[in-house]
Design a protein. Structure first.
Length: 215
């Protein structure tokens, strides 16, 4: 799906706080991704208006919805790079959503102890599809900020996407297929741990050198 499926969209953009997500999830979500012979594990940390995403042993990123900025940590170089959303130059998600239709499948499931609702997403531009199972209430402002704020006011987003944002949807499972129906990749949450998190998880490691993004 244009290299960015529904679940990826839900994870890539963040910014300002929204009232609809006031009762945000706090805790850790572990996600396993498989594409061909490659397997990766991503770990999401949610606390208040902050979100952290760990990508294996190489590093992690942190996003702050209130400040509308974040940073990337490179463990190998022992550096962290700060940036705002303006500096990131994030693409407009509406241009992707315009080509995507989503319908409920009725195939609900329970994954990692949480119930989720089945959806089928179709990309009209290339014929690819994605099967998703979305759980409610597993998100925070940092995950949905910019999109949720815009979508809650209309913003030109489709109704199904506004519903995801309003209800704090998080994809517990996603299977991507090409236009011929062949599976390309899949991801599934393996563990959800609702608990209080230390604020230090959302700060750069002590002693790491600060860098600034240069476009």
């Amino acid at each position: 799906m244009k290299g960015a499926t529904i679940a990826m969209l839900l994870m890539l953009w963040c910014g300002q706080t929204t009232p609809s997500l006031a009762a945000a999830f706090e805790g850790v979500i572990t996600l396993k991704e498989i594409a061909g012979e490659e397997t990766e594990t991503r770990v999401f940390y949610f606390k208040g208006e902050k979100m952290r995403i760990d990508d294996g042993d190489t590093g992690f990123s942190v996003w702050d919805a209130k400040k509308k900025d974040g940073f990337f940590v490179d463990r190998d170089d022992q550096t962290y790079t700060t940036m705002s959303w303006a500096e990131m130059g994030v693409m407009d998600p509406k241009s992707i959503l315009d080509d995507i239709t989503v319908t409920k499948t009725g195939k609900n499931a329970k994954i990692a102890g949480y119930s989720c609702e089945g959806y089928l997403a179709k990309d009209k531009s290339d014929g690819s599809t994605s099967e998703l199972c979305i759980a409610k209430g597993l998100s925070n402002a940092a995950l949905f900020g910019i999109l949720a704020a815009d979508a809650s006011a209309g913003g030109g987003y489709p109704a199904w996407f506004r519903d995801f944002l309003k209800e704090g949807g998080f994809p517990l499972r996603q299977i991507d297929y090409d236009e011929a129906g062949k599976e390309e990749s899949r991801s599934e949450v393996t563990k959800i741990d609702a608990k209080r998190l230390d604020d230090r998880l959302f700060h750069p490691p002590a002693g790491f050198k600060k860098l600034e993004l240069r476009k």
